[in-house]
Design a protein around this ligand. Structure first.
Ligand code: ATP
Length: 234
């Protein structure tokens, strides 16, 4: 479904990712893990068109994404929920959700994902008129994911969804990720909580200083000695 080939991206001449190649198959949950600054966010932003790579290729369902602007990429069915969520703080939960479906005409088709979103995150349904800025961190993350789902993406990319939320909610959130996949959306997941994330992912890539250091099934990655020492505290 998604093929990233030899991708390089830099910020003002400083290379952030160098020669990254990954593949994501339809229906998979693929995790990207690695320490701070390894290039995980840059990889997701490059795929979404928020960062313009220096070289390499990104192909999604046979389309060359690097030739498209960010809004063109989102129309192909790729959505990114960035770190820090980027909600519209002063708007209500309802309006934030509606803005996620902005490419669709008002009507039943636009509203179709709502039922699923509310089944995933019942708290959102209870807080439709609440301003986004007054939600808890976990609720804001749910809203950010809900907003992305309103666009009915084929590939959902999540950048550290567990950031700043309490441990109990992390499991709930990752369970939601599993349900999103089971409903037919492919997921590319960047996470710092490596153990929990490998639990839901089918496969994983470990990034180190802008390169893929290791890749394999989640079971293989979780059993790797280096990974266990560096990320799993074993
Ligand atoms: P983290 O887990 O801390 O979010 P990451 O693996 O997502 O890290 P990136 O955010 O992709 O890593 O950063 C990769 C490198 O690019 C880092 O050295 C970082 O300082 C640099 N970088 C990221 N964004 C920018 C930017 N907007 N301007 C300049 N340098 C940047």
């Amino acid at each position: 479904m998604l093929t990233v080939t030899d991708l390089q991206a830099s910020y003002r001449g400083l290379v952030a990712i160098q020669g990254i190649s990954i593949a994501v198959g339809a229906g998979e949950i693929v995790a990207v893990v690695g320490s701070n600054g390894a290039g995980k966010s840059t990889l997701l932003k490059s795929i979404a068109g928020w960062v313009k790579p220096d070289s390499g290729g990104v192909s999604f369902l046979g389309q060359d994404l690097l030739s498209l602007p960010a809004h063109g990429i989102s129309r192909t069915g790729v959505a990114l929920v960035p770190e820090g969520r980027r909600l519209f703080p002063r708007l209500s939960v309802r309006d934030n959700l509606m803005l996620g479906g902005y490419t669709k005409k008002k009507g039943p088709e636009r509203d179709a994902p709502l039922e699923f979103i509310f089944s995933l995150f019942p708290r959102l349904a209870e807080r439709l008129d609440q301003r986004a800025e007054t939600l808890s961190g976990g609720e804001q993350q749910m809203l950010a994911i809900g907003r992305a789902l309103m666009g009915q993406p084929k590939l959902l990319m999540l950048d550290e969804p567990s950031q700043g939320i309490m441990p109990k909610l992390v499991d709930e959130l990752l369970e939601a990720v599993r349900k999103i996949r089971d409903r037919g959306t492919t997921v590319l997941l960047v996470e710092q909580r490596v153990a929990e994330c490998l639990d839901v992912a089918d496969r994983a890539y470990v990034l180190q200083t802008g390169r893929v250091a290791l890749s394999g099934t989640s079971t293989e990655i979780a059993a790797d000695d280096g990974v266990r020492r560096a990320y799993l505290g074993i």
